[in-house]
Design a binder for this molecule. Sequence first.
Ligand SMILES: Nc1ncnc2c1ncn2[C@@H]1O[C@H](COP(=O)(O)OP(=O)(O)OP(=O)(O)O)[C@@H](O)[C@H]1O
Ligand SMILES: O=P(O)(O)OC[C@@]1(O)O[C@H](CO)[C@@H](O)[C@@H]1O
Length: 304
Amino acid sequence: MIYTVTLNPSIDYIMHVDEFNEGDLNRANTTYYYPGGKGINVSRVLKRLDVSNTALGFIGGFTGQFIQNFLESEEVQHQFIDTDQNTRINVKLKSNEESEINGPGPSITEEQQQQLLKQVEKLERDDYLVVAGSIPKTIPADFYNKMAKRCGERGAHFIADTSGKALEELVGTPTFLLKPNHHELGELFDTTIDSPLKAITFAKQLVTKGATNVIVSMGGDGAILVNKDHAYYANVPKGEVKNSVGAGDSVVSGFIAGYVQTNSLTEAFANGVACGSATAFSDDLATRDFVEELRKEIKIEDLN
Ligand SMILES: Nc1ncnc2c1ncn2[C@@H]1O[C@H](COP(=O)(O)OP(=O)(O)OP(=O)(O)O)[C@@H](O)[C@H]1O
Ligand SMILES: O=P(O)(O)OC[C@@]1(O)O[C@H](CO)[C@@H](O)[C@@H]1O
């Protein structure tokens, strides 16, 4: 089974405003409400790719109820832990530029954290656990490490898509896949990643320190996948970017779907990139047909 973890889910409130003027009354012409949080996005896209999975994490209040109803309407399984407080609402403002305001989210008690760790202890050999998103302030920054350790003990694959202190804490911990974008990788090593070759250099350091595979997505400039034997580069398809929210998460979904369906890392990587672009070129998340269409445009090169 594949499990995703979202410690701080959200309703993503998407507002399209023709021309946003700071300090003025602005009126949106279209708005959308989607369940959000990186793990939940990974779950929704996996389901669209016919890969059954279960979403874990903390959820609460009327906003949490909306997310659960939405996931049920899409037949995404979930086993969330109730937080008593409202799940946050993140505002995604789409005008000439894309701006985001993410809420802090509810407080998570020590007891609730233990409940989640207990769920992870039930994982079985060859299961997958995907942790994705930031760690809220009330949870220690090394919380993902505790999950990674439990996965290791159970023989399950641990995958992380996170940034900042949470990513820093994971360096040196055995992981099946880390998926930073080039900004997050640059921040980790206090440098600017401005080319695939530079991304490969720093991704290799993560491999040396315990990551089996590292994918670095670089928006419209392609992506790399590095492991101890290879350094692959993938181009991205051409198209109009409508929505970058969830594009990185979709890379993770496409990779996992490709890997469990074909057992080939290069096929998984290409599928991941196709899936990221299918989301970037859509209003909501990628659909299976669109991923298949874009997959044909992606070529993988081994740069090692
Ligand atoms: N301009 C683009 N053209 C084609 N594909 C794109 C473009 N921008 C993003 N993508 C697709 O989305 C994927 C993820 O993009 P990016 O590297 O920006 O990740 P991210 O910053 O983690 O995403 P997110 O916005 O979800 O946090 C890319 O690997 C690619 O497949
Ligand atoms: O605050 P975090 O956890 O860093 O990011 C949360 C978030 O911005 O990431 C997703 C897109 O990747 C959105 O659905 C969600 O609103």
